[in-house]
Design a binder for this molecule. Structure first.
Ligand SMILES: Nc1ncnc2c1ncn2[C@@H]1O[C@H](COP(=O)(O)OP(=O)(O)O)[C@@H](O)[C@H]1O
Ligand SMILES: [Mg+2]
Length: 300
């Protein structure tokens, strides 16, 4: 069966500024299932944002195609919501209006009251209520601005939500709180999420699956690592799970060593990502059994 999102033979080349060509990645192929939370992890410059911009329809690849629900992605669409590191809120609108703006555009037949109610619901899920909703972005802290961005993205119910290092500019404490809020808001939806980070702990906490990228140029998704830690997860809870350190060590080793060792062009063509499943609890996936429904209980 075809994946909900399928990235097929994606290649991106740029002029390197010295008369030559920089190949960021070549023939990258991978898929994402509906409702999955997939995180892509790799060093700065390997091409993560380039992939994200192509998925968002904000830029075209040199070659290859991205299909969502069987249709090739071309140009931006309300079906694909994006949250960037730098918030990108409209500065002249209040926090509330930044959310209602998108909801109204998405659901044109809704009454104003319904639009406001729906927007407030998502803002409350990220801890924003009351007077603060009337403030302009300049009057909000960085953490609050990013909360508004996340509420706005979820309130629009895009088929695919793209997050490019959304917490990169936040202090560790705020970052942790908003990660928890992101998990909570995601748990209540069927939202498919594709997120970029270079933070290993953030990736383990949030992901169903982590895609590991080798260093560029000629970067590739070398592995797809399943996060064999059941949900609901909390930052303090996951460290007690027996699989946590096995997964964490694998990721640390990849970023510290193997992302370099595996770097460069592969003779004979780019191989598909290798599936890695680390489980020290002895739980073998049962090939006969129906796949278990994904746990989406809310964190407490
Ligand atoms: N418009 C562009 N023109 C030329 N080179 C670019 C352009 N955009 C990105 N690059 C280069 O492509 C590589 C990947 O960039 P990027 O996708 O931003 O990496 P990441 O998000 O993983 O840090 C980098 O070497 C960057 O310098
Ligand atoms: Mg980037």
């Amino acid at each position: 069966m075809k994946s909900f999102l399928s990235v097929e033979n994606l290649t991106q080349r740029y002029p390197d500024g010295a008369g030559g060509t920089l190949t960021v990645f070549e023939d990258a192929s991978f898929g994402i299932e509906k409702g999955e939370f997939v995180v892509i992890l790799g060093h700065s410059g390997c091409g993560k944002s380039t992939i994200m911009n192509i998925l968002a329809g904000l830029s075209d690849p040199s070659s290859g195609v991205v299909k969502m629900d069987g249709y090739a992605v071309s140009g931006p669409s309300l079906d694909r919501g994006v949250v960037f590191q730098n918030y990108s809120l409209l500065p002249w609108l209040s926090a509330l209006a930044n959310v209602t703006f998108g909801v109204q555009a998405r659901y044109r037949d809704w009454s104003r009251a319904r639009v406001v109610e729906e927007s407030k619901k998502y803002l409350a899920m990220v801890g924003l209520e009351g007077d603060v909703l009337n403030r302009k972005p300049a009057q909000l802290s960085g953490g609050m601005r990013q909360r508004v961005s996340i509420a706005r993205a979820f309130a629009n119910h895009p088929k695919l939500l793209l997050l490019d290092e959304p917490f990169g500019a936040l202090d560790a404490l705020t970052r942790g709180t908003i990660q928890d809020e992101l998990l909570k808001i995601w748990a209540g939806t069927e939202q498919t999420v594709f997120m970029i980070t270079h933070d290993i702990d953030e990736a383990i906490l949030l992901a169903d699956r982590i895609l590991l990228m080798t260093n560029g140029p000629f970067a590739r998704v070398a592995e797809s690592v399943e996060i064999t830690i059941p949900r609901p997860r909390t930052r303090t809870g996951i460290v007690d799970h027996p699989n946590y350190y096995a997964i964490r060590n694998h990721l640390v080793h990849f970023l510290g060593q193997r992302s370099r060792d595996l770097a460069g062009r592969v003779e004979g063509g780019t191989p598909p990502p290798e599936t890695v499943r680390l489980d020290v609890t002895g739980g073998e996936p049962d090939a006969e059994a129906e796949p278990a429904p994904r746990l989406r209980a809310v964190n407490h």
